[in-house]
Design a protein around this ligand. Structure first.
Ligand SMILES: NC(=O)c1ccc[n+]([C@@H]2O[C@H](COP(=O)([O-])OP(=O)(O)OC[C@H]3O[C@@H](n4cnc5c(N)ncnc54)[C@H](O)[C@@H]3O)[C@@H](O)[C@H]2O)c1
Length: 307
């Protein structure tokens, strides 16, 4: 096709897609058509607490079959009981997601015990909360292994079956810290930026292969009140509130069921992301400091017991 004609087609397409996205964003979620996840096999990593547990229970209420992965056997067991009380079934696996061989071994067992995975939720995450020079090397390595590399290995294990059926969904729970770097989260931000890059590349690779039946959803929330970031504070809570887990899970479930590619929470992060690409770095840093972003981690304590 002539390049000018191609450009014209692209311009019309972009305008159309933009309008569609705006309309979709304005329509309340209860009026949007949602995909049926009943009987779908949903694997959630980090299912033993926080967001992973809540997501597992939500999927269970919708009739999905759950596969729960966590290093915390007891927490995972408790989630499986909640899943059963919600009327569904759960298979639980104790997996250390910082270990590639553990992941592949557990994935083989899942394929034998349960079958193909329809929805993979890469949710497990850890945070050290230490500044670069205070953080032991092994902990930094582990942060990258759990928060990013584990996504490589789980996806490599379960994507081939999705590709052969042209059906599936891969959810990357990253963070706002995967889009904006801030003081005190060097290893965490690096690992989450990597997870964001992973999601974006995966989406494009699938698109290039014409695998329209496989969807991806990137999740980037600001701080959530689950305990993982206990102690953090926010200077302007009306603008940048510490999010409640249930509202985050509402948005994630809606995003998955409407095949949304990217979810930033709170929504003002979309504006910050646009601004970040438009303003000089010095201006951006000045604004970040004003909003107190670089002070949020000053009183961080995290979880009482490390896993
Ligand atoms: N809490 C927040 O403020 C916040 C903000 C943005 C993004 N996130 C992200 O959301 C996700 C869920 O966080 P959460 O708040 O529910 O945290 P959480 O600590 O409640 O849950 C994380 C789960 O991951 C599991 N896990 C940790 N290391 C593991 C390992 N090596 N192998 C297997 N499982 C392991 C833990 O046992 C735990 O059950 C994480 O990826 C986190 O980075 C959290």
């Amino acid at each position: 096709m002539n390049v000018l004609l191609e450009l014209l087609v692209v311009i019309f397409k972009v305008i159309g897609l933009w309008l569609l996205a705006v309309i979709k964003a304005l329509v309340p979620s209860r009026f949007q058509s949602k995909k049926d996840v009943s009987d779908q096999v949903v694997l959630v990593t980090g299912a033993g607490s926080g967001i992973g547990r809540l997501l597992s229970v939500r999927f269970a209420r919708l009739g999905s079959r759950l596969v729960l992965w966590d290093i915390d056997e007891l927490g995972n067991q408790q989630t499986s009981e909640l899943v059963r009380s919600a009327g569904s079934e759960a298979s639980i696996y104790t997996v250390d997601l910082s270990k590639r061989t553990d992941i592949y071994r557990a994935a083989d067992r899942v394929k034998q015990d349960v079958g193909d995975v329809d929805i993979l939720v890469n949710n497990a995450g850890i945070v050290t909360g230490k500044k670069l020079l205070d953080c032991p090397d092994e902990l930094m390595q582990k942060t990258v292994d759990v928060n990013c590399c584990a996504h490589f290995w789980t996806t490599k294990a379960f994507l081939p079956a999705m590709i052969s059926r042209n059906h599936g969904h891969i959810v990357t729970v990253a963070s706002g810290a995967g889009l904006f770097g801030l003081s005190g989260l060097c290893d965490y931000c690096a690992s989450k930026f990597a997870a964001v890059g992973f999601d974006e590349t995966l989406r494009n690779e699938l698109g290039k292969q014409g695998k329209t039946g496989i969807h991806t959803t990137l999740v980037c929330p600001y701080y959530i009140n689950t305990g993982m970031f206990a102690g953090v504070h926010t200077r302007f809570p009306l603008l940048l509130p510490i999010l409640e887990p249930e509202e985050v899970v509402d948005r994630i479930m809606n995003g998955i069921q409407t095949n949304q590619a990217m979810l930033l929470m709170p929504r003002i992060l979309y504006l910050f992301l646009i601004l970040k690409g438009m303003i000089p770095v010095t201006v951006y840093d000045t604004l970040s400091n004003f909003f107190g972003v670089n002070d949020t981690m000053d009183a961080f304590v995290g979880r009482a017991k490390s896993k």
